[in-house]
Design a binder for this molecule. Structure first.
Ligand SMILES: Cc1ncc(COP(=O)(O)O)c(C=O)c1O
Length: 478
């Protein structure tokens, strides 16, 4: 593809058509000592991998003029690890190929949905069939019943479900529902947890907000976040204090039951149970944000794994099998508040569309097969243990862990119990590690504050290759 066009608006801004334009802008992408992020020390590989990303750089240079920061979602821009983002061309199984023809073993998995591997043939075949019937109905379809039934059967807290189009939408809707049901306005969330980008959650948020080190976002009215109270993750005492200081005012607590947006941080024994007790005691609702953990930590999500049942649950990612989807669900008496059954308004043009439902149903069918989660646990354990062993052998401080198909590590001695602890990670060193892994054909999330994801498509040989790359890369950055 060449850029043989130039829209008048781009011409007016001095952007010429054709490849000359690419050259004009190429300098913007050269690492410069003026840019502390881009000038992160390059790795000194043990072997000398061939790694050409010219085409990625050209496309990303062009994107700078078309989309803010050149991306549709901030972390993709690689700002925190420096260097240039890799522009993907296609994905299949455990792999992604970039536009320069490099292949990567992928541990991002489209940020979570690709738990069966990218473009699983069964999902693609089902989508082909569904496509023949149309892309969106805007009317009830039986596929919604099918996916709803599967979700209700699997997730302990869910008696009824509403489909939406993203995790952000699921979380903002569930907050309205919490408030509608309790008649209270305040919310407790945890530092470093991310619940999408709706105003009331952009307080000490994880994911891209943490990655970019942003303060709470401009444009969010103080009046909106005044009702958002925060506590450190894994700290029940702080939650108790917030309840005591705001009697009868707190609608509920929302938590990532296993944190994936401040890096990977598991709950300590008793933490989720304690939240359950405290919320009950104070007449507040408990919400598990399982957008990331749903159908990943186990088929029934983190709530099934830990045996703690919240009142409401948000989901996304896996249940859309790679198509845009989100969902919130929970106790039937609470869900009965949602329009048109009840007065709490929430709607969506594309919600429950047949393509997302089809991909979700097929993905859950694949996950339901015997041995799936044992397999995910086994490969992820081998990967996580191997990364830590490689780091220790290289003399690089590390702490990390995994649960099922989710893993993570921090480049610091640990322990990491919450976001404050996570900030001790050596981000500069992580940037060099990230680059060194890319050079060796392994694609990790471009941030110290994101979890990693494995899939059923990752073979033992892929894990071997990945660990070999880690051993070399860690030696190179030690
Ligand atoms: C736990 C959690 N909640 C909510 C969201 C927002 O989901 P989406 O990006 O689909 O809007 C995410 C996204 O990563 C997430 O990890």
């Amino acid at each position: 593809m060449d850029w043989a066009w130039a829209h008048p608006k781009l011409v007016a801004r001095g952007v010429a058509a054709g490849s000359g334009w690419k050259l004009l802008n190429a300098h913007r992408l050269s690492p410069s000592s003026a840019d502390p992020v881009l000038s992160a020390t390059p790795s000194a590989p043990v072997s000398t991998p061939v790694f050409n990303t010219t085409r990625s750089q050209e496309i990303f240079a062009a994107a700078q003029h078309l989309m803010p920061g050149g991306v549709s979602s901030p972390v993709r821009a690689f700002r925190s690890v420096g260097g240039h983002p890799i522009v993907f061309d296609r994905v299949s199984g455990a792999y992604a190929w970039d536009v320069d023809g490099n292949r990567y073993i992928d541990y991002v998995g489209s940020w979570g949905p690709a738990i069966c591997g990218h473009a699983h043939p069964d999902v693609i075949a089902a989508l082909h069939q569904a496509l023949e019937k149309g892309t969106s109905f805007g009317a009830p379809c039986e596929l919604e019943n099918q996916l709803a039934t599967m979700v209700i059967e699997a997730v302990p807290s869910v008696e009824m479900v509403r489909f939406v189009n993203s995790g952000t939408e699921a979380c903002m809707s569930v907050l309205r529902l919490m408030r509608a049901f309790t008649g209270r306005e305040k919310l407790i969330k945890f530092e470093g947890c991310y619940h999408g980008h709706a105003d009331m959650f952009l307080v000490k948020a994880g994911s891209g907000v943490a990655t970019l080190g942003l303060p709470d976002s401009p444009g969010v009215p103080r009046s909106v976040t005044a009702n958002t109270l925060t506590a450190p993750y894994n700290c029940l005492e702080s939650v108790k204090e917030l309840f005591a200081a705001n009697p009868g005012e707190i609608a509920g607590v929302i938590v990532e039951p296993v944190v994936g947006n401040a890096g990977f941080i598991p709950p300590e024994p008793g933490f989720l149970e304690g939240l359950r007790e405290l919320t009950r005691e104070h007449g507040a609702l408990l919400v598990f944000d399982e957008v990331m953990t749903g159908f990943r930590i186990s088929y029934g999500g983190a709530q099934a794994k830990f045996g703690v049942t919240p009142d409401l649950t948000t989901m996304g990612k896996v249940i859309g099998g790679g198509l845009p989807v989100g969902a919130y669900g929970g106790r039937a008496d609470i869900m009965a508040m949602v329009a048109p059954a009840g007065p709490m308004y929430q709607a969506g043009t594309l919600s429950g569309n047949p393509l997302a439902m089809t991909a979700g149903i097929k993905t859950l069918e694949l996950l339901k097969q015997p041995g799936t989660y044992e397999r995910l646990e086994a490969i992820t354990r081998r990967l996580s243990d191997g990364i830590q062993e490689a780091a220790m052998n290289a003399g690089v401080p590390i702490t990390g862990s995994h649960i099922s198909a989710m893993f993570g590590f921090f480049l610091c001695p640990g322990p990491v119990r919450n976001f404050e602890d996570a900030k001790a990670t050596d981000s500069q060193r992580f940037s060099r590690l990230h680059r060194a892994m890319l050079e060796r054909g392994v694609y990790l999330a471009p941030s110290s504050y994101e979890a990693g994801f494995t899939s059923l498509a990752h073979s033992d040989a892929d894990i071997d290759d990945t660990l070999m790359a880690f051993r070399e890369a860690l030696m190179a950055i030690a």
